[in-house]
Design a protein around this ligand. Structure first.
Ligand code: UT7
Length: 332
């Protein structure tokens, strides 16, 4: 597939820090439990700004860092599972704010795997001569979806956005994408349809037994154990498959960026694959799990630190609601 080169990265995290100690004031939990089970010490929460604001800030930074004029962007792809609007797409709001006046725009929702699916999509668009520069942004405001009486899920998630401007590269890229829809009810957030005043509508249209009938609408529902087990297997499978496709060995890769869900998931997958730990980038201690935004915020931190060098071989791997998973290897 068409190689990509990242020419600019950007990120935005809200100012409000929600530490484990703060969570302990509203939930029956403590820093020791959360840190030892997840590797997370704190996460950011967007108390007063919508998701699109975070997406716009990350995108403006990425476009500025890329050095291109916004009018040279041909496509804006936004990955999110926590949009402010059902429609229009988040990417349309971003397209307007960054001034990407010549760009098409659409969203991708594969939850935490969103950035990987978007990067794969970008590569395929870049095959076409009409598309030269693509802005990809992943942004999540998950706090409004979390139930802060549920100590097993709410402690994991944080808010934030990461963005990257990518352009064509003659160097290679490979991807492996997967979905296991039979696990859809391991992690979901159900829309509230009871607001309609159409007298013909029945209140609940989801067949009995498909999801927990008591599940609160607009609230993240997670079977933590099922997702954990899936994640460790799926990350290993995705990396193995993408390396097989590429003909590269795990030692050939300079940098691995996994989805930042839980340090223990990352450690188990890294151990199972036999990856060198020093090549694996982890930032979840201070960010928590920001879903699709995890991987691009890692890229932005690395970009900011001058650690994204030309010629580096980078492997991104993630999983999320769906359940979806995927990995990409590209040479920067
Ligand atoms: O992007 C994808 C998003 N989702 C994930 O990646 C989720 C993957 N799953 C996980 O990360 C883990 O399963 C959790 C962090 C959600 C839970 O960790 P766990 O080690 O699987 O804990 P558990 O559910 O087995 O619970 C063990 C105990 C239980 O108490 P009992 O029944 O043994 O008395 C829980 O009630 O820990 C209790 N517990 C807590 N205790 C203190 C659960 N959450 C907490 C908490 N503080 N926050």
């Amino acid at each position: 597939m068409r190689g990509i080169r990242i020419i600019g990265t950007g990120m935005y995290v809200p100012d409000t820090v929600a530490s484990n100690d703060w969570l302990s004031t509203i939930l029956d939990t403590n820093d020791e439990w959360i840190y030892s089970r997840t590797g997370i010490r704190e996460r950011r929460i967007s108390t007063d700004k919508p998701n699109f604001y975070m997406a716009e800030q990350a995108s403006l930074a990425a476009v500025k860092n890329s050095g291109i004029d916004p009018s040279e962007i041909d496509l804006v792809l936004a990955a999110t599972c926590s949009p402010d609007f059902f429609y229009p797409a988040l990417s349309c709001l971003v397209q307007h704010t960054v001034g990407a006046v010549n760009a098409a725009a659409f969203d991708i929702n594969s939850a935490c795997t969103g950035f990987i699916n978007a990067l794969d999509t970008a590569s395929r668009f870049l095959e076409d001569s009409d598309y030269r520069n693509i802005l990809i942004v992943a942004s999540e405001r998950l706090a409004p979806h979390c139930d802060y009486t549920d100590r097993s899920a709410s402690i994991l998630f944080g808010d934030g956005a990461g963005a990257a401007v990518v352009t064509k590269n003659n160097k290679p890229m490979w991807s492996y994408l997967n979905a296991k829809g039979d696990y859809f009810n391991a992690l979901y957030c159900k829309v509230d349809q009871s607001r309609s005043n159409c007298p013909l509508l029945k209140e609940d249209t989801v067949p009995e037994g498909l999801i927990d009938s008591e599940a609160k609408t607009h609230t993240l529902q997670m079977n933590g154990k099922a997702v954990y087990k899936f994640a460790v297997d799926a990350m290993q499978t995705a990396v193995t498959k993408v390396l097989e496709k590429s003909g590269l060995t795990k030692e050939d890769i300079d940098l691995y960026i996994p989805h930042q869900a839980n340090a223990r998931i990352i450690e188990s997958a890294v151990k199972g694959l036999g990856l060198p730990e020093e090549k694996v980038y982890v930032n979840l201690e201070k960010r928590g799990n920001t879903s699709s935004a995890c991987i691009p915020t890692c890229l932005a931190e690395l970009g900011e630190a001058g650690r994204l060098k030309d010629g580096m071989k980078i492997c991104l791997v993630g999983f999320g609601a769906g359940l979806t998973s995927g990995a990409i290897v590209f040479e920067q």
